[in-house]
Write a protein that binds this ligand. Structure first.
Ligand code: NOJ
Length: 604
């Protein structure tokens, strides 16, 4: 045991050079000692095997993927028309951001009917066709489960407003003001108080709770009949053949029903709602075990949660064999910026900080379960523009980042457009943005004294709309996304060169590199290793290098991404074999020379 701890600290130490790491592992093998890495492997191999293990997932933002009917908005038939593209890329699980009925105040994360498709995307028949055609291609579909809140247009909320004493009113948190003051001082994620006067009852001092926009009233999970309604709804989709759900903002379901508020963390006298959520995570766990038992578990469904701030002590409850989720996204890098809730207080998160955060998360998850590595999603700017140094915000940078994303331990999610190296879009005015959060942050920045240009510059770094601009298919009008005169959100300025058609047949494109990485991950020789192999951090050798090993049953593969603007050398062993690289990498006498902004995958 003591030996294990000693070895663990040596092997995970970032001080150790890659060559030393290799020698330590080799010696352990020669002398038959049981290293910590090997004992971990045993745990990993004995993990309960699941149908989704070893697969690569892809996120579609339906409004921006492909528009089949020329109204400027993507739709389900558009997605169907691109299934072969997805199959060719090698993805086997597709997550659709919400496609349910919605007024789209928060782009579908405000659901007015959980069991119907919004007409803007098509019909339930279209959806059934998508499920069937995806299945024919070996692709499972997962949907977005937005159950912390619904839309103020949902019939439950309308009934609650019509009669605050009715059954449906119990589905929400409706409170009277306290001595003329709001029930508590929490601040919503999209700005302002979490409390809003109940429509139709403005004179009665009645308020309802909304952690997000005021059009997204929070649902009361403490009321059992409401939970049963939600579980029935989940089962409706799972029975239909949906493979699971990505679970939205779920930790927020826990509330302190005395609504005590928290000490202010801003000049407005309010405190971010997420601080309350963090305090109450154990309460959420109780509900989440119940949800799992009544829905996902009996269906063997996949649940991928959006859960921020999960600590090491509780991780097994989330993603262990008996956890309440299958897996959760790794937001550790994104969380570095959570300390600066307003965009204008943005501080760059450089790739060395990204590495530290993500490697720590990988180490935490190693003995427990799988995380989902991501570079970006629909709530984030493009990762290449955000995390990489300026000289690496290029196709070369996108390829090196791809190797890290696809080969880390866990189930990688690729966000639409990432596979062609999409960067941030240039927005020229506040009027070009759509997202309510961008608009709120613009206002907050101006109130804080920034000029309009400065506020716009910040949105051009941070806005969620960067991920939401249309997918770039070719160099025709609107990048082949839509035949409409105007698309719902502007098209990326570089689409004439940056598009799928331009990359499809180019063996050196970002798209081709993604395909190669996914194929390597799934290849018979390396599938087990990339699925169940341990993660081990390697010596970074320079600030902007992201190197790690995957190890299983005596097999070791190094993945090294160099984002520096000069070559780096890396010690391996003399008979190492280069499996894949994004540029020509030299291997001589056990030393790799990796060019600037490039990556290599090496079997030791
Ligand atoms: C997280 C979603 O990813 C985001 O897009 C949304 O605004 C909030 N949850 C509220 O549902």
């Amino acid at each position: 045991m003591a030996q294990d701890l000693w070895l663990s600290s040596i092997l995970s130490s970032q001080q150790l050079s890659p060559l030393c790491t290799y020698i330590v592992i080799a010696l352990l093998n020669i002398f038959g000692l049981e290293s910590l890495s090997l004992s971990k492997q045993k745990e990993d191999s004995s993990m309960e095997k699941k149908w989704w293990h070893g697969k690569v997932a892809y996120q579609i933002y339906p409004k921006s993927f492909c528009d089949s009917n020329g109204d400027g908005v993507g739709d389900i038939q558009g997605i169907i028309s691109k299934l072969d593209y997805l199959k060719d890329l090698g993805v086997e699980i597709v997550w659709l951001s919400p496609c349910f009925k919605s007024p789209f105040v928060d782009q579908g994360y405000d659901i007015s009917d959980y069991q119907d498709i919004d007409p803007i995307f098509g019909t339930m028949e279209d959806f059934d066709e998508l499920l069937a055609k995806a299945k024919e291609r070996g692709i499972s579909i997962i949907l977005d489960l937005v159950i912390n809140h619904c839309s103020s247009e949902h019939e439950w909320f309308k009934k609650a407003c019509a009669d605050p004493n009715c059954e449906e009113a119990k589905y929400f948190f409706i409170k009277k003001s306290k001595d003329g003051k709001l029930p508590d001082n929490l601040r919503s994620y999209f700005g302002g108080s979490v409390w809003e006067k109940l429509p139709g009852h403005e004179d009665e001092d009645l308020y309802y709770l909304h952690y997000f926009a005021k059009q997204q009233p929070d649902l009361n999970w403490y009321y059992e009949p409401l939970r049963e309604k939600l579980f029935d709804m989940i089962n409706f989709w799972l029975d239909k053949g949906v493979a699971g759900f990505r679970v939205d903002a779920i930790m927020n379901i826990a509330k302190d029903l005395s609504f005590p508020g928290l000490p202010a963390d801003g000049a407005d006298g309010m405190c971010s709602a997420n601080k309350m959520t963090a305090k109450l995570s154990d309460q959420a766990a109780t509900f989440l075990y119940e949800m799992n038992d009544k829905t996902f578990k009996p269906h063997d469904g996949l649940s991928v949660a959006e859960a921020f701030g999960v600590n090491q002590e509780s991780l097994a409850n989330y993603i262990g064999d008996n956890g309440f989720f299958s897996t959760i996204f790794d937001f550790s890098a994104r969380e570095l910026n959570e300390k600066y809730p307003a965009y204008y207080r943005y501080r760059p998160v450089t790739i060395d900080k990204w590495r530290e955060a993500v490697f720590a998360a990988q180490n935490r998850a190693n003995p427990i379960g799988f995380l989902c590595p991501i570079i970006e999603n629909h709530d984030e700017p493009r990762g290449v523009s955000y995390y990489l140094p300026t000289h690496a915000r290029t196709p070369d940078g996108a390829k090196a980042f791809a190797a890290v994303n696809v080969l880390l331990r866990g189930m990688p999610f690729i966000y639409q457009g990432q596979e062609i190296g999409m960067t941030n879009t240039k927005f020229n005015s506040i009027y070009e943005f759509d997202d309510l959060n961008a608009k709120d942050n613009y206002k907050v920045a101006l109130e804080a004294g920034l000029t309009e240009t400065q506020a716009l510059d910040i949105l051009n770094i941070e806005s969620r709309d960067h991920a939401r601009t249309p997918m770039l298919w070719d160099d025709s009008k609107n990048a082949g996304f839509s035949s409409a005169a105007v698309t719902w959100l502007k098209v990326h300025q570089d689409y004439h060169k940056l598009n799928v058609a331009a990359q499809k047949d180019d063996p050196n494109s970002v798209l081709s590199f993604y395909k190669q990485l996914i194929a390597l991950r799934k290849s018979p020789e390396y599938k087990e290793l990339f699925t169940y192999g341990d993660f081990q951090a390697l010596d970074p050798v320079a600030d902007y290098v992201v190197p790690f090993a995957r190890v299983l049953d005596g097999k070791t593969v190094y993945v090294i991404a160099n984002f520096e603007d000069s070559p780096v050398s890396y010690g391996v062993n003399a008979d190492s074999k280069i499996l894949l690289s994004s540029k020509e990498v030299q291997l001589q006498d056990g030393t790799l020379t990796i060019p600037a902004v490039a990556c290599v995958v090496v079997a030791l």
